[in-house]
Design a protein around this ligand. Structure first.
Ligand code: BYC
Ligand code: FE
Ligand code: FE
Length: 483
């Protein structure tokens, strides 16, 4: 087993897993490659495929300095198989096998469990690219366009990461699953992507920023939980993916912050202090804060659904097996077996919200979701600081966990963002106050005019504080004019 941090570039697939001496897997991946490129061209970013984009590529999996930046055409991006370095003497940190050496091969008894998790993880990656494929043509700047494409090529690499595991460790059914990952399609009637939020559309750039802020953060949490896995190749794969994930959330959090900043700036310039003076604010060509709050309500609630049911035997089983752990498992001070512990949850029963202590093992989805909410609250704080700095009286809030849910205990409930239980009639009447309406979406869409002059930004979003790779403000991140 190679334990190297240097990436080999001697096959068409850059890697640090010695592919050149693993002919079987190399062949399987080379056979999968053309289908992937076809999929990328058919269902990846629309347009811009022949243009030079200033992208980062991993050359080393060490903590620092793993990336190099250069102009690349997207279809020529070097999608690689990159695992974080193996940790000497690593043991399984939780569950029935706690303390035993981690597995380098898939244990037979957990084969289908592992395959299912890897397939679900793999399915989300191309789904997000499909969801974002039309955004290039309305990019508010070359900087933003480049960030979109960076996220897209990395989600493509995340698909490669899962396909490698399937092909190396799961034989012919792994190869079949790898092919299926290119066949399902976001939003398709016949063969949709596996999880709810990945079949929603991402029609505009505010949606894109919200998606990367909220849904990529589910990605972060799930990867953190899988990075604890006793199946070491999965753990190492996820650990490297997490280093890329940080950029996706940066794009989302900062994107939303720049939208908020511009709105506040324009309100102040025009002397509008009431954030609910919506039509006047929209006349300024910026997105009013209450509409941004509605987008937060939508994307947060969709992302909560991605954690599965609050009470889940699947989650208990994968934990007990040592296959999927908790967020930062090794830093938690308890027995890491959880058979005698409880965890506080909310339950919706007989039209009431009740507090309950549930068995900790069954509540692991809820626990990971709580960690997600804490992580998300940091973004909300930063957004509110921007509003505060502009001296505007408005505060963004995460909606109540039972709001707008399709999965779990609250799925049949009508609950407001503040946590009030509503009748169906009131919900239907007030829904447009909680979630973006057709009018809201049409207004946002009307702002989506592309800006492609280096250093310029659309009127509804402010410029970033810093360039990518410390480039100056007028850097040409995508060469759309002369290629
Ligand atoms: N939609 O016990 P339950 C990312 C199904 S995002 C549809 O409640 P479990 C990324 C479930 O499959 C991270 N179906 O839940 C972000 C099960 O079906 P079966 C992706 C759903 O299994 C942005 C049944 O309901 N990675 O990387 O404990 C851009 C009962 O399940 C949904 C992962 O999710 C849903 N929302 O947990 C790019 C990690 N929720 O099997 C990328 C791997 C549940 O009975 N996946 N169901 O037919 C998992 O860990 C778990 O499968 C889940 C669900 C957390 C998703
Ligand atoms: Fe990803
Ligand atoms: Fe991501």
């Amino acid at each position: 087993m190679l334990n190297n941090s240097q990436v080999e570039y001697d096959t068409i697939i850059p890697n640090n897993v010695s592919l050149s001496s693993d002919k079987r897997v190399l062949k399987a991946l080379e056979r999968w490659h053309p289908g992937y490129i076809d999929w990328w061209k058919d269902l990846g970013p629309v347009g811009f495929q022949d243009m030079l984009v200033y992208l980062r590529t991993a050359i080393n999996v060490d903590k620092d300095g793993w990336a190099t930046f250069d102009y690349v055409k997207m279809p020529e991006y070097r999608w690689g198989i990159l695992l974080a370095p193996q940790k000497e003497g690593r043991t399984i940190p939780f569950g029935d096998h706690i303390g035993e050496p981690v597995w380098q091969e898939v244990p037979g008894e957990y084969r289908s469990m592992l395959r299912r998790l890897i397939v679900i993880q793999g399915d989300t990656e191309p789904a997000s690219i499909e969801q974002q494929r039309f955004l290039g043509s309305t990019a508010p700047s070359l900087y933003d366009m480049r960030n979109l494409f960076q996220v897209n090529v990395e989600e493509g690499r995340h698909l490669w990461a899962m396909v490698y595991l399937l092909q190396k460790y799961f034989g012919s059914d792994g190869r079949e699953e790898a092919n299926e990952l290119l066949k399902r399609q976001s939003g398709s009637e016949d063969a949709p992507r596996m999880l709810g939020a990945f079949n929603e559309s991402t029609p505009d750039w505010l949606s894109f920023f919200m998606f990367t802020a909220f849904t990529d953060r589910d990605g972060k949490m799930q990867l953190e939980a899988l990075a604890q896995s006793g199946f070491d190749p999965l753990s190492r794969t996820c650990r490297f993916m997490l280093t890329e994930e940080a950029h996706h959330m940066f794009v989302g959090e900062n994107g939303v912050r720049r939208v908020i900043k511009k709105t506040c700036e324009m309100m102040n310039k025009a002397g509008i202090s009431n954030p609910y003076d919506i039509s006047k604010i929209r006349e300024l060509g910026v997105i009013d804060l209450p509409t941004i709050q509605k987008k937060i309500n939508l994307h947060y609630s969709l992302s909560l659904d991605l954690f599965g049911s609050e009470i889940s035997t699947n989650a208990a089983n994968t934990y007990t097996a040592g296959v999927k752990g908790r967020f930062w498992e090794t830093k938690i001070k308890d027995d890491h077996i959880l058979k005698n512990d409880t965890y506080p949850i909310l339950e919706f029963t007989d039209g009431q919200i009740i507090n309950k202590k549930a068995p900790a093992l069954l509540s692991l989805n809820m626990r990971l979701r709580d960690d997600y909410t804490k992580d998300t609250a940091v973004s909300i704080k930063r957004w509110n600081r921007t509003i505060e700095e502009a001296k505007i009286n408005f505060e963004m809030k995460l909606p109540f966990e039972g709001f707008n849910r399709k999965i779990g205990t609250f799925m049949s409930a009508n609950i407001s963002p503040l946590g009030d239980i509503l009748t169906k009639d009131t919900w239907d009447k007030d829904k447009g106050k909680f979630l973006p309406t057709t009018d809201d979406n049409l207004f946002i869409e009307s702002l989506m005019k592309p800006v492609s002059e280096p250093g310029r930004y659309a009127d509804w979003i402010s410029a970033p504080d810093l360039g990518i790779d410390n480039k100056p403000g007028d850097f040409e991140y995508v060469k759309i004019h002369d290629s």
